[in-house]
Design a binder for this molecule. Sequence first.
Ligand code: CA
Length: 215
Amino acid sequence: MAKILIVEDEKAINDLVKFNLELVGHDCYQVFDGETGLEEALKSKYDLIILDVMLPKYSGFEIMESIEDTPVIFVTAKSASEDKIKGLRLGADDYITKPFDILELVERVKAVLRRTKADAKTFAFDDIRIEFDNRRVFKSGVEVELKPKEFDLLEALINNRNLALSREKLLKLVWDFDYEGDSRTVDVHIQRIRQKLGISDRIQTVYKTGYRFEI
Ligand code: CA
């Protein structure tokens, strides 16, 4: 779980980002203009800032010039390619263009947190403990052998917990297939994970879509 500051003046977008990042376990704080954003970024310690470029009072870039260590993902309009270059030059860790797919944002947040080491290296629930670094899984303290793709699939579900993931999305995340990939592969691996770990109730089947890890 990370502490994330969201600086975005469009309330609907700010709320959407907060809602989805909190679903996957992060702790979010919202501000809606550049001045408050800068104050908050300097005042409190955040693991990550989601920073809109076009803001009232100070722009996202002005804020980036004033903060030092905190990782930043900036949000820009699709057309503004000069913004992307500028933002990355100012030291942003990543960017996302509007309008964006919320799952893509969740994944980018995950990737940046992993790079900046602010995110958890282990994840525990019920009697299960997962060590992401050395890819080991324990049930009641006893190691359970997962095949590499089973582990990848479990990790993808946990990284996107409480979100419904389509079979196509999971194929893309885990097998890197295009959309033509065989979605039964996902079903077979899900069954094995459920059996090996005894977590059928945590990995929910989402009717006509795919799966959701509920916690
Ligand atoms: Ca804006």
